[in-house]
Design a protein around this ligand. Structure first.
Ligand SMILES: Nc1ncnc2c1ncn2[C@@H]1O[C@H](COP(=O)(O)OP(=O)(O)O)[C@@H](O)[C@H]1O
Ligand SMILES: [Mg+2]
Length: 261
C-alpha cells in the first residue's frame, strides 16, 4: 500500500489529480497527520500503529525496504521469530504488530535478569544461524553463508506473549558468518559497557560476559571486520564512534577467557 493508499485507509482525504512538489509536500504532510504519532522511534525509522494487528515502519532516510522485506520473509518461512511482512513499498514496511516490551526495556525495569537476557540473545543467534543465506541484489549468497542480522541487540528484541522473543530491525541483515553476527552484537553491548559514565555500563559488562559464554561461537576471527563496520556506521554519533576501539578490547578480553585453547 502506498502513501495515498494508507492515507485513504486511515480515512484521510487524498487528491488523485494533484501533482508537483507543492502537492507532494502537502500529501506527505497529510500522511503524517493520518499516521499520527509513532508508537516507537529508533535511530533510522519511525514505527506507526495502523491498527491492533499491524504497524508501518518508515525509513526516515527514504531508503527502500525491499531487501529487508525479502530477508524477513525468508527467515519467517524458516520459523524464525520475526514479524510477518505484509507489504513493502518504498521506505515503508507494513508488518505484524508485536505486543510486548523490548528486551532492553525489560532489562531496565529489572523484569529480565542479566543471565536470562544473555541466554535469549544467544538462542536467537543460534537459531538464526541455522538459516542459509539468500541471494540479494549485488550480493550473491556464498556457499556456507547463513543469514546474519548484524544489529541483534536488546532494543531490537521484543518479548511477545504470543511467540516469545522476536527480532525486528532487519536493515543490516544479509549473508555472512555466525562469528560476524556474534562479534557485532558483542561489540554493540560492549560499547555500552565501555561508556564508564553510562548508567548501564556495569549491567552491559555482565550481559556481554554471559552472552559470549552462551553464544558458543568465537567472535575473535570476525572482530576486526565488525569493528570496521561499526566505526563506519552512519547512525553512530561522534561520542559512540570513539567507544568502538575500547569496546573491541573488552570483547577481546571476555572472548579470550571463554575460548577453549
Ligand atoms: N513489528 C513491530 N511491532 C511492534 N513494535 C515494533 C515493531 N517493529 C519495531 N517496533 C518498535 O519500534 C522500534 C524501532 O524500530 P526499529 O525497526 O528497531 O528501527 P530503528 O532502525 O530506527 O532502530 C523498535 O525498537 C520497537 O520498539
Ligand atoms: Mg532498532
Amino acid at each position: 500500500m502506498g502513501i495515498k493508499g494508507l492515507a485513504r485507509h486511515n480515512g484521510a482525504r487524498s487528491d488523485h489529480t494533484a501533482t508537483g512538489p507543492r502537492h507532494e509536500a502537502a500529501a506527505e504532510a497529510w500522511t503524517h497527520v493520518a499516521l499520527g504519532t509513532p508508537i516507537a522511534s529508533g535511530r533510522d525509522a519511525d514505527v506507526f500503529a495502523l491498527d491492533e494487528e499491524r504497524v508501518l515502519r518508515r525509513n526516515r532516510s527514504g531508503r527502500s525496504t525491499a531487501v529487508e522485506a525479502s530477508i524477513v520473509r525468508h527467515v519467517t518461512a524458516y520459523g524464525f521469530p520475526a514479524p510477518l511482512v505484509y507489504s513493502a513499498d518504498g521506505p515503508d514496511l507494513v508488518m505484524e504488530r508485536l505486543q510486548g516490551p523490548t528486551l532492553l526495556q525489560s532489562l531496565a525495569a529489572d523484569e529480565t535478569g542479566v543471565r536470562e537476557a544473555a541466554r535469549i540473545l544467544a538462542d536467537l543467534h543460534t537459531q538464526l544461524h541455522t538459516i542459509p543465506a539468500i541471494d540479494l541484489p549485488g550480493r550473491p549468497a556464498r556457499p556456507g553463508d547463513v543469514v546474519v542480522h548484524l544489529d541483534l541487540h536488546p532494543a531490537n528484541v521484543i518479548l511477545t506473549e504470543a511467540h516469545g522473543p522476536s527480532v525486528v530491525d532487519w536493515v543490516n541483515a544479509r549473508g555472512g558468518s555466525a562469528a560476524l553476527d556474534v562479534a557485532m552484537t558483542a561489540l554493540i553491548i560492549a560499547e555500552v559497557a565501555a561508556d564508564s559514565d553510562g548508567e548501564y555500563s556495569e549491567a552491559a559488562r555482565a550481559v556481554l560476559a554471559a552472552f559470549l559464554v552462551d553464544a558458543g561461537v568465537d567472535p575473535l576471527p570476525a572482530l576486526a571486520e565488525a569493528s570496521r563496520m561499526r566505526s563506519s556506521d552512519p547512525s553512530l554519533v561522534i561520542g559512540e564512534r570513539d567507544l568502538v576501539p575500547a569496546a573491541a578490547e573488552l570483547v577481546r578480553h571476555f572472548a579470550s577467557t571463554v575460548r577453549p585453547d
